[in-house]
Design a binder for this molecule. Structure first.
Ligand SMILES: [Zn+2]
Length: 412
């Protein structure tokens, strides 16, 4: 397979370029610095020998590895994103390479006493004896999702250099702004031209995902009436008390801190209140579409009930759908998941198939007509200073991509 040091060098060359996305910006990419890595990736894709390498005005990159067989095969794609989350700084990343990890504490930063410990993150123990890439404790790493990019490019390079491995047409897509929920927004599915694709954007080795939440946001606005407190009897309406009623009427155990697996929730993430008016902001999540719709209805009904109780239109609710569970788009083409599973087993990886408690670009792409399960990229502890990636997991991800290419390229 690809040489380990070559992969490390490639990955390090990506994470040392700051590509933090910016939710406040309306441009695409949301931050100009994303162009720095995007332009370098275009050059690299050309240099390893891919065809039709393009970057559009929004920094979406596409490239093609042409088929090397003389019969028809499905066209498949591999996708990842080059931005990093605005949740934690991605500037001046100084990766540390820990060879032959001994299973003990890793001092990320001696001066600031920042330690990556298996006491806090027991996943580390899975990787004893392996090579870990960590941060220096002051930034995130950016394995999410530059690991995915390094894996896809390395797999393509490997296939270019090994023409004896037979495969159909393979498309590569790299996007900006995934971390602010816009990675799929300007993705040209028609131009990409694949029958299906995989995002290489999961975490632990073996992860394979084709279910994610149905998601909506709800803004609850409660009107009050401010009157001088000394003369308020029968006149003042304190919106904050009504807000408290509202909050307490939703099921207290159906919240993020009390749910797991396929259990949905209401998540109150912001309260802004004065006597005169209070705004509550919720996100609503559920894997099951029916339950999801019922949750949205529950919020509407509760508002109506309270309005009746106060005999005034004090409460208004605005609900916006955000994304949907890709399962309904993937299940009709379930062989695309089976192929990924088989590709993992060929690489001696135990597939971990589980529902994502979140969204993914793959879900948006699936609803745009490109079914798109998600495969591990290998990293852990995304979006913070404790992020790390085992190089061996990245090598396995490359193997999975190469195996998928060969499975899909087989003569039927
Ligand atoms: Zn990601």
């Amino acid at each position: 397979m690809i040489e380990k040091q070559h992969l490390i060098n490639r990955f390090v060359s990506y994470v040392t370029v700051d590509t933090e996305s910016d939710p406040e910006s309306n441009t695409t990419p949301s931050s100009a610095k994303q162009w720095d890595l995007a332009n370098a990736l275009v050059e690299e894709l050309k240099q390893i020998g891919l065809q039709d390498v393009t970057i559009d005005e929004n920094a979406y990159i596409m490239a093609t590895l042409p088929s090397n067989v003389d019969y028809e095969t499905p066209v498949i794609g591999f996708i990842s994103h080059f931005d990093t989350t605005p949740d934690f700084t991605g500037a001046n990343v100084k990766p540390q390479i820990i060879e032959n990890y001994d299973g003990k504490d890793i001092v990320l930063n001696e001066a600031e006493n920042i330690i990556l410990s298996p006491d806090d993150f027991d996943d580390l123990l899975l990787y004893k004896g392996q090579t870990l890439i960590t941060t220096d404790g002051t930034t995130l790493l950016g394995a999410d999702d530059k690991a995915g990019i390094a894996e896809i490019i390395s797999a393509m390079e490997y296939l270019v250099n090994h023409p004896e491995l037979k495969h159909g047409t393979i498309k590569v897509g790299f996007t900006p702004d995934e971390e602010i929920g816009r990675g799929a927004h300007k993705f040209d599915v028609d131009k990409f031209g694949a029958d299906w694709a995989y995002t290489m954007d999961g975490s632990q080795i073996g992860e394979l995902e084709y279910e994610n939440f149905n998601a909506a946001g709800a803004v609850v606005t409660i009107k009050g009436k401010i009157v001088h407190p000394g003369y308020a009897k029968g006149k003042m309406i304190n919106s904050m008390y009504i807000a408290t009623d509202f909050i307490n009427s939703l099921p207290r155990m159906e919240t993020p801190e009390h749910t797991e697996d396929r259990q949905g929730f209401f998540h109150l993430y912001s309260i802004n209140g004065e006597v005169d008016g209070t705004k509550l902001q919720y996100i609503i999540r559920d894997h099951d579409r029916g339950h999801f719709e019922a949750r949205k209805e529950m919020i509407q009904k509760l508002a109506e009930e309270l309005n009746e109780q106060y005999e005034k239109e004090l409460i208004s609710v605005e609900i916006k759908d955000q994304y949907f569970n890709m399962r309904e788009k993937v299940e009709p083409v379930m062989h695309i998941v089976d192929i990924a599973e088989e590709a993992m087993k060929m690489a001696n990886i135990i597939p971990l198939i589980k529902p994502i408690r979140g969204g993914t670009d793959g879900s948006q792409l699936s609803f745009m007509g490109l079914p798109c399960p998600n495969i591990f990229a290998g990293g852990h502890n995304f979006h913070g200073r404790f992020e790390y990636v085992p190089v061996e997991s990245m090598l396995k991800a490359i193997e999975v991509i190469v195996n998928i290419a060969q499975l899909v390229g087989k003569k039927k």
